[in-house]
Design a protein around this ligand. Sequence first.
Ligand code: ADP
Ligand code: TRP
Length: 330
Amino acid sequence: MSEQIVLTGIKPTGTPHMGNYIGALHPLIEMAKTRKTFVFIADLHALNIIHDPNQIRQHTYEIAAILLALGLNLENATLFRQSDIVQVSQLSTMLMNVTPKGLMNRAHSYKAAVEKNMASGADVDAGVNMGLYTYPILMAADILLYNTDVVPVGADQKQHVEFARDIAGYFNHTYGEIFKLPEPVISADAGIIPGLDGRKMSKSYDNIIPLFAPESELKKKIMRIITDSKLPDEPKNPDESTIFQLYRQFANADEIADMRARFERGGMGYGDAKRILFEKINSVLSAPRAEYERLMSNTSELDNVLASGAARARAVAEKTYERVHRAMLG
Ligand code: ADP
Ligand code: TRP
């Protein structure tokens, strides 16, 4: 059996934060150490959220620079920009014709928008554009274009991968066995990383710590993490502490056990715990941060990496698209 093809996409809709790193980027880098992987920056999927091209461009560079600074293996990983491969838009148009509208009505993100509108008494489709409505078809095109076997995604994206599989099935039923049927793989749960206010760290809550914030900003953000009002002497529960939840992602097993004991024993104030957390994160991230800053200061190296990734991706995309075109149009 030939090697399985792994593919995943990352949407450039914000500056990546610690939650994105721990939940998505770090696992991806680990996977690309041993497996051939297509990794793309889903700029077309960002279009129904961000309307400023400079922002999309900036976030695209940030994601590429983060992946490279953290050592993404570029022999195994083909890193590219979604919009550089025109075949994905062409394939999306083709797939529209085998995709039942009812399937799109069932998509979680569309249903959520409809339910919100109904609750507020607005027209059911208020604020919904066709980019949102057909989002799963473009995502199916992403997946099917590269003959993907497995798609590692967060649980929120599982339905989209199942739709891609359904759409491939409908297509094959009409036109013959052109597409492989992809499988979602839900990434081992890294847990939900809390943000500064204790809720899930998310760009929507304005509670993030950017992964590569400059040292002074990193320190400021960490000192701002909300805690309960326990005094230094009191024992504290590490499992309910944002400080400890972040610390355990960066420290080694002995350090984690030691920190847990200090929480539980009492005698360490939250201010001290935050300082220890800052020192740890700063020491782990300072070398990759310097590399990130170097890459971002002159984006021509990033342009080159993305261009050579696109050339590799295009070679595969052209072949798949040609088979689709022949099957549908002769
Ligand atoms: P945000 O919530 O900031 O909008 P996204 O929804 O764009 O983040 O998430 C992109 C990826 O990062 C997803 O794979 C998601 O599972 C992961 N991720 C985002 N926030 C967290 C978090 N707080 N903890 C763990 N993983 C996260
Ligand atoms: N929709 C995904 C997200 O919001 C990003 C994405 C686009 C993707 N195309 C993909 C993920 C294809 C996996 C495979 O995070």
